[in-house]
Design a protein around this ligand. Structure first.
Ligand code: CIZ
Length: 308
């Protein structure tokens, strides 16, 4: 039987061929967008795919900073997004002027920025990282060097603990979606599903309180891999709920329980099939990072790519 999305998905496929486009979708995108994408993944995997593609146009279904990264890595491509307003509250919690002030207060330090930052912030930073490689990036920085980590406090705390880097200062930003995931609800779910494995994202505000309950603290791509390889049949998943679509498709015989039904990113869900078709049809909503800014922002991204 035809789904309600079939007609528009067929239209997008035709437009994709006409524009010689590739569609990249983040793990948190609505299921119907993931279903039509050429690649679904975390920001690192999608950045790597953007770099490899021969397509002329990249339709990036995620949030703004991700499309900026694709534009920085692929200046010869046209990067489009379904909705230019799809931003990131966490990325908005630090400005380039904040980084300059912080560096001036700690001139001996190096700045590590989470990928959830604007290109303008990345241009002020020394290293970029994602949740899948933050530990590796921080560990690659010579011991004894002071590290200023922006903007996610919880990811920073997790990495600080894992690497034992006492000389690490943390910006106090947070992801409002991951903050919806509460420690007491996780305890309750663990009691209700004693056989379930519990996988948790390091952006969760309750990471410190709930970490002792977690089988693994992982990035989205790490979670996707882990639940596939594990012999468990049930999983409690503490991250944005969009990821459950991919997990369920990959593992139809397993059960996935969101740690919070409220962990839904409003920005990620601004993208729709209709907006994708409109962007491709009218070549609308281009994200292009100006050349000078792209050159400065690419330094910390390239450093990360060399480490991982
Ligand atoms: O790197 C990403 O895509 C984000 C924002 C989270 C994750 O763990 O994949």
């Amino acid at each position: 039987m035809k789904s309600v999305y079939d007609t528009i998905q067929d239209e997008i496929k035709a437009l994709k061929a006409k524009r010689e486009a590739v569609i990249l979708a983040h793990n948190y995108q609505p299921g119907e967008i993931q279903d039509i994408a050429d690649f679904v993944g975390d920001s690192l995997k999608l950045a790597q795919e953007a770099r490899k593609t021969d397509a002329k146009v990249i339709l990036f279904c995620g949030v703004h900073f991700m499309a900026e990264t694709a534009s920085i890595l692929c200046p010869d491509k046209t990067v489009l997004v379904p909705d230019l307003q799809a931003g990131c509250s966490l990325a908005d919690m630090v400005l380039p002027s904040d980084i300059r002030k912080w560096k001036a207060a700690h001139p001996e330090g190096v700045v590590v920025c989470y990928v959830n930052t604007s290109a303008a912030v990345k241009a002020e930073c020394d290293y970029c990282c994602t949740s899948s490689n933050a530990e590796k990036v921080v560990s690659a920085i010579p011991a004894g060097k002071k590290i200023l980590f922006v903007p996610d406090y919880f990811l920073g705390s997790f990495v600080k603990q894992k690497t034992g880097r006492a000389d690490m200062e943390l910006w106090k930003g947070y992801c409002p979606t991951h903050v919806m995931i509460q420690a007491n609800r996780i305890e309750q779910l663990k009691k209700e599903h004693p056989e379930a494995e519990f996988v948790m994202h390091p952006e969760c505000g309750c990471t410190t309180k709930s970490m002792h309950l977690a089988d693994r603290v992982l990035s989205t791509e790490g979670m996707v891999r882990y639940v596939k390889e594990s012999s468990a049949r049930e999983f409690i998943v503490a991250t944005e709920t969009g990821i459950l679509h991919r997990m369920q498709l990959d593992n139809p015989e397993k059960r996935f329980i969101p740690a919070s039904e409220q962990a839904v990113c409003g920005y990620m869900k601004m993208n729709t099939l209709e907006k994708m078709a409109d962007a491709l049809e009218n070549m609308r909503n281009e994200v292009r990072v100006p050349e000078d800014l792209a050159r400065r922002a690419s330094r910390c991204i390239e450093r990360m790519m060399e480490i991982v």
